[in-house]
Ligand binder design. Structure first.
Ligand SMILES: [Zn+2]
Ligand SMILES: [Zn+2]
Length: 724
């Protein structure tokens, strides 16, 4: 057997085993050096390059689950070839961790929690208000009728502990759903009718359900793209196929899960993301692989789930950077999804309010179908009014008078506001005004952020944390100044200005777990909060009906960045955060503070003109030969020794130059930041207008890199890098 193992070697390893063709795609336990490893059988062979007396026997072949099918193996081969990554790492890392262990996992089916008649009839408002989790659990069940046991935890960490009590009270039943159980689609709730734009988008996609078409579903925030996904999913299920819905953030899955479960109560649905327990993830994966689960929701890793009847893939918020993995196999889940759809001749839908310029360019060029939803789904929910506020000179605490005034008006009217600043902590740096000392990280070429509560300095790159010095370590000056603003400083400023208002800060420091984020969101919905101060953790997807003002504090950091994608990301982020304002019949307002009010990005934002912005950006990209007009590959190298990393990239560059046909090989440059956790980072960019020329070069060049003896250098190839 030829076995793929999780080791950084390009080839498979040969072992002896009693197998037949049906065992291809099965897991196998093999001896490897002094260890035993779980791998996957990729092929059978009669001969081996290894001498017969040296060939070792496999310990065992696991036949407890179905083998990986040909389709998913072809997807792995694509990843090996296109991303130039060792096949064993591709294959084994695509398995859920529970299937990478040296033990059998019996597919024991899924446990489902169902309401009894008594549970359905229960009025939860008769329960005391402090029974928050119990109420939430019953409300979720009453919306959908049933939920997989694995999904209960997403509601609250304490929710699973309540199942016994609710079952004893006769309100629920926990049932085991065996693989033989069919999905019940006899009595689905009647879906809402689509508006004309949604209907046109649906028709355009649904007319091609049995062929490969990429559709860019472009609609402003709040335009009801999810409703189109739901209708397409219904159509896909009716054809006996499975639907795969990819979302960028784990935080968005509970909301989407509830929506899909309410619409398709009798249909087995699973979620796949990294926060599931090992057991949950393995069981969900197996339910999908067996074909029992008809709807699969998940983050980028779910794109590798074997789905025997896959009929539709949706990539929601397709522009989101989290679809790209930044370590190991540096794949784009969006692009892998498109490849899967192409192999299977099925449609793939890329949804976005601010499409990536790559996808937008493909749609304009006719390679993708463009479906557009122009209006918001709720008729009277007009797009928010955007005002650009010019900041001037001295504003140490970051909040301008017009923003304070707008906040005050919302407080008087009892409406909610969101103050958005994409930086956590109190201030991004501590400065000595006497000698110019700044708080730098000793391990990184980055600054230490001041965190207020315990007056600590923290590095957001390597995690280093120390007490902030009482006086300047260089000159002894006791008057150190925090410079710039983070969420904590804005919060402190607003508490002083509005002492009676209820102000809630939501960033990675306060909402570290999914449960705490959910409880924050519940508080906002309960109208318990007047002003939210938060980072992008809040910008994505969450609906806050009472929110009518969004104030963006510091948009300028990305405006003149060296990364050509910085403006694209900023625009998407601002559109997204602006989309939080005014959704339930109340007109929203967005204030953006900037020192560059005349920047064209803001003009486009003001007029909600994605197309104008995108066209202008594409024009610049074309002039400067940037993607999507060219393709890029980045070699990343890092080492504890500066010279080693630099020399490696220089030698790599020298090797690439003679191979370069229609490929531009740039000079090595330091990465940004140049040092993280004491590792010096260098990079080398290759660029070409021809994807195939670039791939040809890589085919020869990458094996050569492996032979460059550079033991103290870690390196990686990043095809289609998103960050330079
Ligand atoms: Zn000093
Ligand atoms: Zn650091």
């Amino acid at each position: 057997v030829r076995v793929a193992l999780d080791v950084p070697v390009d080839s498979c390893f040969d072992y002896l085993a009693e197998v037949d063709r049906g065992d291809i795609g099965r897991r196998v336990l093999v001896p490897f050096g002094k260890r035993k490893l779980v791998g996957v059988i990729l092929g059978l062979a009669q001969e081996s390059g290894v001498a017969t007396d040296k060939l070792k026997a496999a310990v065992r072949v696991y036949r407890d689950t179905q083998p990986l099918d040909d389709h998913i193996l072809a997807v792995f081969a694509f990843c090996r070839d296109y991303y130039h990554h060792p096949i064993g790492e591709v294959v084994v890392n695509a398995l859920p961790p529970g299937l990478r262990r040296a033990k059998a996992v019996l597919g024991r089916g899924m446990e489902v929690v169902r309401l009894t008649d008594a549970g359905r009839a229960l009025d939860v408002t008769t329960w005391p208000a402090r029974a928050v989790v119990k109420r939430r659990l019953m409300v979720a069940l009453q919306a959908g009728g049933s939920m997989p046991r694995d999904a209960i935890r997403a509601l609250s960490r304490r929710a699973p502990c309540l199942l016994r009590e609710l079952a004893d009270a006769g309100l629920i039943r926990v049932e085991r759903m065996l693989a033989a159980v069919t999905n019940d689609i006899s009595d689905p709730p009647s879906p809402p009718t689509l508006n004309s734009d949604q209907q046109a988008a649906f028709d355009a996609i649904a007319s091609g359900l049995s062929r490969f078409v990429v559709t860019l579903l472009y609609g402003v925030t709040g335009s009801g793209k999810t409703e189109v996904y739901l209708h397409l999913t219904a159509e896909t299920l009716a054809r006996g196929r499975q639907a795969l819905i990819l979302v960028p953030e784990i935080n968005l899955t509970p909301q989407l899960e509830a929506t899909f479960r309410a619409r398709f109560p009798g249909i087995a649905q699973i979620s796949l993301h990294s926060k599931l327990s090992e057991g949950e993830r393995a069981q969900s994966y197996l339910a999908a692989q067996s074909g029992v689960a008809r709807i699969v929701l998940g983050t980028r890793l779910a794109v590798f789930t074997p789905l025997p009847q896959l009929g539709l893939i949706v990539v929601d918020e397709e522009q989101d950077a989290s679809f790209k993995q930044h370590e190991g196999l540096r794949y784009s889940a969006r692009d892998v999804a498109i490849y899967r759809a192409k192999l299977l001749a099925i449609p793939v839908v890329l949804g976005s309010a601010t499409p990536s310029l790559e996808s937008y360019h493909n749609a304009r060029a006719g390679r993708y179908q463009l479906a557009q939803i122009r209006s918001r789904a709720v008729p009277d929910a007009a797009l928010p009014e955007v005002r650009i506020v010019a900041t001037t000179g001295n504003m140490p605490e970051g909040v301008s008078p017009p923003v304070l005034q707008a906040l005050r008006e919302r407080l008087e009217r009892g409406e909610q506001s969101l103050v958005f600043i994409n930086r956590r902590g109190y201030a991004p740096v501590l400065l000595c005004g006497q000698c110019g000392w700044i708080s730098g990280c000793p391990r990184c070429s980055a600054r230490l952020t001041l965190h207020a509560p315990r007056h600590r300095l923290r590095c957001h790159y390597c995690g280093l944390e120390t007490a902030a010095p009482a006086a300047c370590p260089e000159c002894g000056n006791a008057d150190l100044r925090p410079v710039g603003q983070g969420t904590q400083r804005i919060e402190a400023r607003l508490i002083r200005e509005f002492p009676t208002a209820s102000i809630l800060r939501v960033d990675r420091d306060t909402a570290s777990s999914k449960a705490s984020l959910q409880s924050f969101i519940d508080r906002v919905h309960g109208n318990d909060v007047n002003i939210l101060v938060g980072t992008q953790i809040l910008a994505k997807g969450h609906d806050f009906p009472g929110l009518t003002l969004v104030a963006v504090i510091n948009a300028d950091a990305s405006l003149y960045s060296s990364d050509f994608r910085a403006e694209e990301r900023l625009f998407a982020q601002l559109m997204q955060v602006a989309g939080r304002a005014g959704r339930a019949g109340l007109r929203g307002e967005v204030l953006v503070q900037t020192a560059f009010p005349r920047h064209p990005l803001f003009a486009a934002l003001k007029n909600h003109e994605f197309a104008a912005f995108a066209d202008a950006q594409l024009q610049l990209r074309r002039e400067h030969h940037f993607p999507p007009y060219t393709y890029q590959v980045l070699l990343r190298a890092e080492s504890l020794k500066q010279e080693a990393a630099l020399e490696f990239t220089q030698r790599a560059s020298a090797l690439a130059k003679p191979l370069a046909k229609n490929v531009r090989v740039f000079d090595p440059v330091p990465a940004q930041p140049a040092r993280i956790a004491a590792r010096e980072r260098w990079q080398l960019l290759l660029q070409s207008a021809s994807r195939s020329h670039l791939q040809l070069l890589l085919n020869t060049w990458r094996p050569q890199l492996a032979t460059l003896a550079a033991r103290d250098v870690r390196w990686a190839i990043d095809v289609d890098p998103l960050e330079l």
